[in-house]
Design a protein around this ligand. Sequence first.
Ligand code: ZN
Length: 385
Amino acid sequence: MPLEALFPENIIMQQNPEMKVADLICDGEWVIPESLLDLFEPSELPVLDGKGDRKIWTEFSVDSAYELRGIVPADDKMKKIKFQLASRCPFCKNSEENLEHILWFCDFSEIIRNWLGGIFSFTNPISFEDILLLAQNKSPAVKEIWKVAALVTLKEIWFMRNRMVYEEEAYKCEALKKRIISFTKESEVRMSSAMWNSAYSLQILKTFELKCRRVKTVKVTEIFFYLHDPSYFLICCDGSSRGNPGAAGHGFIYRKWNGVFEIVVSGGLGTTSNFLAEIFAVICAGEWAVNQYLLRIYFRSDSQPVISAFQTGKIPWWVITRWNKIKSGLQEWYFVHSYREMNTSADLLDKKGVVLAKGERRIYKQCSNFITRLENPDFPYYRFS
Ligand SMILES: [Zn+2]
């Protein structure tokens, strides 16, 4: 439809009936007369790239679902540009029509969203952010199906609205559900994530008539934390970096033979790699032990490469002297590997260290919050692999 027919009262339209988009561009920039700015927002203009004219069309996909807002103006947008329309929601007919109402608040769309949430045993999503968060802890396959199905649902609710408004189609709940299932199934070619072999995942695949996926099995192993011989002192060490390399920290906890913790240290290391942060954690723990005149030490680390580096003497050259000094201060020392799942206390500390400045150190002698993170020999830990 020509713009002139859409906006007959606009003075610019009256004076320039033949106006083209190119007339609004000068030296590669948009030049918009003020009275035209009532018709749209400057932010809605596409960025000029000087590549010549072309038709702009957005294909619907999961990623472009956010662009739903632009497909057809809901009544609120039409009203802004001075159209006189009765703006009633075509579904419930008792609320004002706008995109938020139709997608998230209308009783009719809620029935559809409840039905979809029911398939996945989720609560009813009430925003795009909810959709992205709800499947967080599910298998990769379920996450993928959920995102596709939820966004297809929003698209189909909106298209249903368009058909009701422009083609006078009646609202048919069951037909809408069928369309959602069939469009989700059509996206199968683009979905490839692995599933877990659970009744939950299988039921979802069956509902959407999707084929079974490659199964990712999870092996759960029960592991225990042991306290060592009373004549040894146990130091749990850990280092980590945010990014590799990135801001890094280390931490260690010294525990007596009966498990009571004596001291907790966390420190910042500046920017370094994960491996070096783990090396530093052992060095700092060792230096501290020597200063305390402790003679027999178990170093506990969750990094097998770091333990091997110390055991074979293949540690970075710039810590060799420090490590030799530590060794000469100790009578006996051993390394014990601990699974990450069981290195909970030191792991918490290096995370605290990451936010400290290089060389900055925090020492805790009593820390009640921390007690809950101490590894306990009386309970099993679980490792998922
Ligand atoms: Zn409504």
